[in-house]
Design a protein around this ligand. Structure first.
Ligand code: ZN
Length: 367
């Protein structure tokens, strides 16, 4: 593949990717002024499942970007939204994809408050995307594209797609309600895990950290409290009495000692597994006041339609922070001032990469 340089830090990330610059240069629908503006923003091709086009606050500067998934070049026929793509169509899928994302940037330049696949978006899209490749849009956003008068290729997917979108929305709602649970029983599964950890580490609290990844996300906090209580009170447990011990913990007069604020992990990439990275990141966000941050496992992630990977959902995070993180930028916890408050960094990790699903979902994908 010509013109794509491999960089050290994250796969195929190249700033101002020349292939995208070519598309801008050759686009008949763009004015010269628009071309100049678009060529100045961050234009990248990345290993990820979907592209993004928009803007975000970086510190107190509003910056625009476009990111295009590498598969649109390598395997355009894999596009989930398209059926039976011909070779000739596949040749131009990348161009369509870039123009779709650039239309988002033009939309934001026109009206920073406008977002999504709005009328304004489609007014730009239909203007800059050559008519003969506009039909790709009908696979991607069938109802919206139709409403905007974008020519369709096939209509049969409309209903299916709308249905899928509805499901995603309600699943997401369910996840946002997933709060740490208080257990009434420790349970056989948790005891077995803890016993395994403690056997190796010699201590339930250390053992907990060893097996934490295998616990249910919403139970782990309470179990950690329990393990800390065991340690602080110099207590053990065994097959015969683990539920009794847990009950003792629940009934203990003095509430479990307030645990020290968890160490906030700023350099997410240092974690070897996507599971650990996602969980530590979510935990750190919560410690920083983003209380809705939650890590979801691949099963749940797939159920939500985000693909089969670990992911962190945080709707409270600064606007599009997840997108920037995935591009190796920082996430400022104080988007307006960046006044010495901590920031998160996420340059490329060795065994996994990240991609945003939207502005508040970040997927941690095994490489
Ligand atoms: Zn879009």
């Amino acid at each position: 593949m010509k013109n794509i340089k491999k960089t050290n830090n994250d796969g195929y990330q190249v700033l101002q990717n020349p292939l995208i610059l070519d598309i801008i240069d050759n686009c008949k629908g763009l004015t010269e002024n628009e071309k100049d503006k678009l060529k100045e923003i961050k234009l990248t091709i990345r290993k990820q499942r979907r592209g993004y086009g928009g803007w975000s606050w970086v510190g107190n500067v509003r910056r625009h970007y476009v990111t295009i998934p590498l598969w649109t070049l390598e395997n355009p026929k894999n596009a989930r939204s398209q059926k039976n793509m011909t070779d000739a169509e596949a040749e131009r899928y990348f161009e369509y994809y870039v123009l779709h994302e650039l239309a988002h940037v033009l939309q934001h330049l026109d009206n920073p408050n406008d977002s999504g696949h709005s009328e304004l978006f489609y007014s730009h899209f239909t203007r800059i995307c050559p008519e003969e490749i506009q039909h790709f849009e009908s696979g991607y956003k069938p109802r919206l594209a139709k409403a905007a008068g974008v020519p369709a290729r096939s209509e049969e997917k409309d209903a299916k797609f709308a249905e899928a979108m509805k499901e995603t929305a309600s699943e997401l709602e369910a996840i946002m309600k997933l709060e740490p649970k208080k257990l009434t029983k420790l349970g056989d599964r948790n005891y077995t895990l803890l016993a395994r950890g403690a056997k190796t580490t010699g201590d339930y609290l250390e053992g907990f950290y060893m097996v934490e990844e295998d616990m249910y996300i919403d139970e782990a906090d309470h179990i950690r409290e329990y393990c800390k209580w065991l340690k602080d009170n110099d207590k053990g447990m065994g097959w015969g009495n683990y539920e009794e011990r847990f009950a003792e913990f629940l009934n203990s007069d003095k509430p479990a000692k307030k645990k020290p604020a968890p160490a906030v992990e700023r350099n997410i990439a240092r974690f070897k597994s996507p599971a650990t990275a996602a969980k530590k990141f979510a935990k750190a966000l919560r410690a920083d006041g983003y209380e809705d941050a939650v890590a979801i496992d691949p099963k749940r992630c797939a159920e939500c339609g985000y693909g089969n990977s670990w992911a962190v959902i945080c709707e409270d995070a600064p606007y599009e922070a997840m997108v920037w993180l995935s591009m190796g930028e920082s996430m400022y916890t104080e988007p307006w001032t960046s006044n010495g408050k901590p920031e998160y960094k996420l340059m490329g990790a060795d065994n996994w990469y990240t991609e945003p699903y939207n502005s508040y979902v970040l997927c941690f994908v095994k490489d």
